[in-house]
Ligand binder design. Sequence first.
Ligand SMILES: [Zn+2]
Length: 130
Amino acid sequence: MNDNPFQLNLVEVMNAETGFEHSFKLSGKLEDDEEIHFIDDIKMNISVTRVGDGLMADGKILTKTELTCNLCGKPFEMKIDLGFSRYLSENPEDEYVIDKEWHFDFSQIARDEIILSLPIKIVCNNCRGV
Ligand SMILES: [Zn+2]
């Protein structure tokens, strides 16, 4: 688990008072998804703020992917550059859960946000006529 570059120890922020903010830069490989082939490291700039019972994580995700066009079936490159804002908590029923040792794996957020950002129909620039 320790060699996961997206896993952060958030104890410092969790022990801080409401409003405390800390920034991180993460970078590493993400395993390919069914539809997505990552051809570059995933870079994340994250700012976490202590709020209520958890943390608010805001940031950016940058990478390059290779996708397969749904129309012509050819692979093409797509740059990912997106922002996110997610709530992390210690409540096991929440979507993004900080574990008992106050570790959190930000690759969950990277993967979810990248998948969410893709259009339902993935079409390359040639087919789109750009
Ligand atoms: Zn195409």
